[in-house]
Design a protein around this ligand. Structure first.
Ligand code: PA5
Length: 548
């Protein structure tokens, strides 16, 4: 009888093809799975592009369960290790150089910091989780599997709003093509788009636009201006003044159609548009994203003849960035919506298996839940990239509104380092031990800046001559991690991602949505309602004399 070994190259027969991978047969009754993430580092749109039943292919064994006669197999590792294929002609796509886990520039395991990278060994996701506190997730597996089933089969509490779970796999391509073509026509016609919305109706788009384009974009996208997210007369006055002599269009976004901040701002924008372009000109420049059939904004759009886009019935605001809610402004800003949806789909496929050995979204959900159970009251999401500030805001709404109820939940807070090390750093290091940090760590540098030598070395920084800012940033990150986790005793979770582009943004937001759904259910709350938000509105309406 053949004794298999991890790392061994084996020729296998494909016996089944599923959306998440291909099943294979080995000798001696062994069966194996080539998970979609083990085929290629490139996006695998369809398993059928690579395998068909009956093919013989060479693969590498990456996990072995002798008792069950089961193996996990990898095509991409073999490709990179040996560049050998039994039937290269089978593969329409040529696998490219694979980042093996050991090459992934994660934080190095460090005895002092005791970084836990154990879970990464099995992680099939493009995102990898590390922690500074050793925690064993295994006792949560049954609960996680059952919650995942509830979300997938829409049997959990709040199931009417679980449309986002399958969305990357099931969205209506024709509808998305219409959104893209309308946005492209706006982009080629007008200079500025005013996004008029609040909360989930605007944060996702703003997060994407700032994270991907940067804060001083020099691209072909429209300039994006935000209104409808505040009652501030100073801010509103300034935006309206700014728009007065500019060529602008408006995307008003409100699922309910009755959100006061948005509705008031939209009145003012309409007034200005009509004044500048007349009633018909104004109509051409307005797109209303709202409910398919009902609500005040839908009625107004019908009355005025505005172009409309639909907020899916079964997706709440904070889960809606990948729908027309987010995609119209995102495409107006010149970002590739297809790539974003591909990224989300890749994440969806990577998370098919709820196993805590491989599912990084659920690993993250359980880690933060365990820290909450240990008494931590707040989670600080930290990015080292200033253009991620609005991503942090999106994340805060996602987790805050989904989990903070029934007297439970972590306070989601955020920071941009190293900027905020000069303000909040003191509290994190030395203050009350109420929080843990989650570091969003971008591992690929896109644009770097080199430090030059100067003749006068008064600042004594010539020691860094020839080095780059990303080198300095890396040392700042590692030094801070050590300071906070070791000396400061603040637990850290590290969420490693590759780079920030449309594909990775789609991947990351879907990753956090899945983590958030899991995490809220672990806490025993319905992630999709927000009863607490209504109370300020009720009081405000009373004070305003608004009766309905
Ligand atoms: O996530 C949510 O549900 C909220 O943030 C809403 O998106 C926000 O209150 C705006 O609501 P609406 O789209 O109805 O104007």
């Amino acid at each position: 009888m053949h004794k298999y070994q991890v790392g061994e190259e084996v020729k296998v027969k494909i016996i089944g093809v599923q959306p998440y991978g291909a099943f294979a047969q080995l000798d001696d009754g062994y069966v194996g799975l080539i998970h979609i993430s083990e085929i290629s580092d490139k996006f695998v749109r369809s398993i059928e592009d690579y395998f068909k039943v009956g093919d013989y292919v060479n693969t590498e064994i990456i996990e072995l369960d002798e008792a069950k006669h089961q193996v996990k197999l990898s095509l991409k590792r073999l490709t990179n290790n040996h560049r050998r294929f039994a039937k290269t002609q089978t593969y329409k796509r040529r696998p490219y150089h694979c980042k093996r886990l050991s090459d992934f520039p994660l934080l190095m395991a460090n005895t002092e910091m005791n970084i836990q990278t154990e879970m990464n060994k099995g992680a099939t996701t493009m995102i990898k989780i590390e922690t500074t506190n050793k925690m064993d997730l295994t006792s949560y597996q049954d609960q996680v599997t059952s919650i995942d089933n509830g979300m997938k089969n829409k049997t959990s509490e709040g199931s009417d709003y679980l449309g986002w779970y399958e969305y990357p796999n099931t969205f209506n391509e024709k509808e998305i093509a219409n959104v893209i073509s309308l946005a492209e026509s706006f982009r080629s016609t007008y200079k500025i788009l005013v996004v008029c919305g609040i909360g989930g109706s605007y944060l996702g788009a703003r997060a994407a636009i700032e994270a991907i384009r940067g804060l001083y974009p020099q691209d072909q996208g429209m300039e994006i201006v935000y209104l409808g997210q505040t009652f501030s007369s100073n801010y509103t006055y300034q935006v309206l003044k700014y728009l007065e002599d500019k060529d602008f269009a408006v995307n008003v976004i409100s699922k309910s159609g009755t959100t006061t901040e948005t509705a008031l701002a939209f009145r003012l924008l309409r007034e200005l548009l009509v004044k500048k372009y007349g009633k018909e000109g104004a109509r051409d420049r307005i797109v209303a994203t709202t409910d398919k059939d009902k609500g005040a904004l839908k009625d107004l759009a019908r009355l005025e003849g505005y172009q409309t886009l639909v907020v899916p019935n079964d997706i709440g605001g904070r889960y809606s960035v990948l729908t027309p809610v987010g995609l119209f402004p995102i495409v107006c800003a010149g970002i590739d919506a297809h790539q974003m949806l591909l990224g989300a789909k890749r994440c969806y496929l990577d998370l098919v298996d709820p196993s805590l050995k491989s599912n990084a979204a659920y690993q993250y959900a359980v880690y933060r839940h365990m820290l909450y159970e240990q008494g931590y009251k707040a989670e600080m999401l930290v990015s080292y990239e200033p253009n991620m500030a609005m991503f942090n805001e999106w994340w805060k709404q996602l987790f805050g509104e989904s989990e903070g109820k029934e007297g439970k939940g972590l306070l989601p807070t955020s920071a941009i380092f190293s900027t905020d090390l000069h303000s909040l750093g003191q509290f994190i290091q030395d203050g009350s031990k109420i929080l843990f940090e989650t570091i969003l760590k971008q591992n690929k540098v896109v644009n770097d800046v080199t430090i030059n030598k100067e003749n006068v070395n008064l600042d004594e920084l010539n020691c860094l001559a020839g080095k780059t800012l990303s080198f300095v940033q890396d040392k700042a990150l590692n030094g801070t991690l050590q300071a906070h986790s070791v000396e400061g005793k603040v637990p850290n979770i590290i969420v490693n991602y590759d780079t920030m582009d449309a594909f990775n943004f789609g991947y990351l937001v879907y990753f956090f949505m899945r983590s958030c759904g899991m995490s809220a259910y672990l806490n025993g709350v319905n992630p999709f309602n927000q009863p607490g938000v209504e109370i300020y509105k009720k009081n405000m309406f009373k004070l305003l004399g608004k009766t309905k």
